[in-house]
Design a binder for this molecule. Structure first.
Ligand code: SAM
Ligand code: SF4
Length: 473
């Protein structure tokens, strides 16, 4: 057992209940399943025609399936030392503008592909991510949106979200984003403590964010999201508690609370963060558990792995209806399950396919200029992968796996197909992390803190010596 008395009436456990077992299991490395199989299992692949054939295959079987469109804008004004995203720091407007021209060419290539094959894509969500989309000028953003209008019905979108760096925007920018059709914005906050901010090279005082979160700005959007990190240099349990308190005061509709991934061997600029400045590993579960408790007590709903949403927010409503889904950006309200992505390093997931574009900016530009999609990785899921992805995402997103539904959807006997997995899950049941009955596998309140470990039971790719730690892998 991980804790003595599980609280049944609330959706969280208290930090008083954390013990040694909890700490070591919490810190155990393992994938954060944004895809199944995880990105590391996809194959190197550069054939653009295979990407187009996969799109044809998808649209011929699901012509009007709702789609999520992601655009990756890699440029940022200033380097944050903690950042593990696919970025390029530049304030050279010529370079950035040349990139935007290239991205528009890629959008146009996709439009031509749709026209040639008489496809009318049913795009229901758009996300501008990065990097920093708000680092583009309003003219650049406008030209991207104009190009998208050739095949996206903006009036019919269920979400149009955008990542915004609070240090570089003013009130006029928000007017403009609203006019473009953006209805959700996300601020990279990370932490409000000034010592932590210095250490991560991202100084943005609380007062700056408070000013941006005024009523006029809030009224323009359906919701604001805050990205927070735990495990940052100089962060302590008490400083994070303060950050959570300040976050509660500003009351964003959604909050994402992710564990800082420190991989200086892979991301060189992380060497600017001394290992000695990082909090002790044994503090990490306390940080997450205490934050969860404070946010739920304040009225937020805990959604999936690491998202929190106000009860009235669409993400929270999707949770109540068991419709939460997961994409590369984290948990989503489930309007769409298939993603087409554009831009360097971006990842697509549609039908039985996963694709990733090259992360090399020069290669991306040259390939697009030559009239080809800049594919660098691919994975085609077989029927077993698809069943396992379904099991994994249901457990992660909705904390419940309906075995009867899996049997009906895939015409299998769950007991026979997953006999070995059910045996392994008994170990999790003994620890109080899942409850299994005739129909369902239910993740318990304590199990929610370890759901990605539970999901590993359904992962046939994992070699236990492999160390996956990255959020987003
Ligand atoms: C790609 S950034 C885009 C946000 C936007 N550029 C900004 O800074 O405001 C999206 C989020 O990824 C998360 N992130 C970046 N580096 C990370 C790391 N090393 N470990 C975990 N999450 C990270 C941060 O929470 C960040 O806000
Ligand atoms: S956190 Fe945002 S602004 Fe900072 S380097 Fe990463 S993408 Fe750029």
């Amino acid at each position: 057992m991980f804790i003595q008395n599980e609280l049944k009436s609330v959706d969280y456990i208290s930090s008083h209940n954390i013990n040694e077992n909890f700490i070591s299991f919490f810190n155990k490395p393992g994938p954060y399943y944004s895809s199944y199989p995880v990105l590391g299992e996809w194959n190197d692949f550069e054939d653009t025609s295979s990407y187009e054939n996969a799109l044809l295959d998808f649209f011929s079987s699901s012509p009007s399936k709702p789609l999520y469109l992601y655009l990756h804008i890699p440029y940022c004004a200033k380097l944050c030392y903690y950042c593990c995203c696919q970025i390029s720091i530049s304030n050279n407007r010529g370079i950035i503008n040349n990139f935007v021209r290239c991205l528009i060419k890629e959008i146009t290539m996709l439009e031509q592909f749709f026209l040639k094959n008489k496809i009318m894509p049913n795009i229901k969500e758009i996300h501008l991510g990065g990097g920093t989309p708000s680092h583009l000028t309003t003219d650049e953003l406008n030209s991207l949106v104009s190009a998208l209008k050739n095949f996206v019905n903006f009036e019919g979108l269920q979400e149009f979200s955008m990542e915004v760096d609070p240090r570089t925007v003013n009130f006029e920018h928000f007017d403009y984003y609203e006019a473009m059709g953006v209805d959700r914005i996300s601020f990279g906050i990370q932490d409000f403590n000034d010592v932590v901010q210095e250490k991560i090279n991202r100084v943005q005082p609380y007062e700056l964010i408070e000013r941006l979160m005024n009523e006029e700005v809030r009224d323009k959007f359906k919701g604001v999201n805050f990205d927070l990190l735990f495990g940052l240099p100089m962060q302590t349990r008490s400083s994070l508690r303060e950050t959570i308190e300040l976050t509660k005061q500003l009351s964003p509709e959604r909050i994402t609370l992710i564990k800082y991934l420190h991989i200086p061997n892979k991301v060189k600029h992380m060497k600017m963060i001394a290992e000695s400045a990082l909090p002790d590993k044994s503090d990490l579960p306390y940080m997450f558990v205490e934050s969860t408790e404070a946010l739920i007590e304040a009225g937020y709903s805990w959604v999936g792995l690491d998202h929190f949403a106000k009860q009235t927010d669409s993400l929270s409503i999707a949770k109540d209806n068991g419709r939460v889904y997961r994409n590369f950006g984290g948990e989503s309200p489930g309007y769409t399950k298939d993603i087409i992505s554009l831009g360097p390093s971006s990842t697509s997931a549609f039908g039985n396919y996963y694709f990733q574009a090259t992360s090399n900016l020069l290669k991306y530009k040259n390939t697009i200029d030559a009239g080809n999609f800049a594919i660098s990785r691919k994975y085609k899921l077989n029927s077993d992968d698809i069943i396992r992805r379904d099991c994994n995402f249901e457990l992660q997103c909705n904390q419940k796996l309906d075995m009867t539904k899996i049997e009906n959807d895939y015409k299998i006997s769950f007991q026979k197909y997953f006999g070995a997995e059910l045996e392994l899950l008994k170990g999790f049941e003994e620890k109080g992390l899942v409850h299994i009955n005739d129909k369902n596998i239910l993740v318990t309140t304590t199990g929610r803190y370890f759901v990605r470990h539970i999901c590993r039971v359904f992962d046939t790719f994992l070699d236990n010596t492999m160390q996956y730690e990255a959020h987003g892998t």
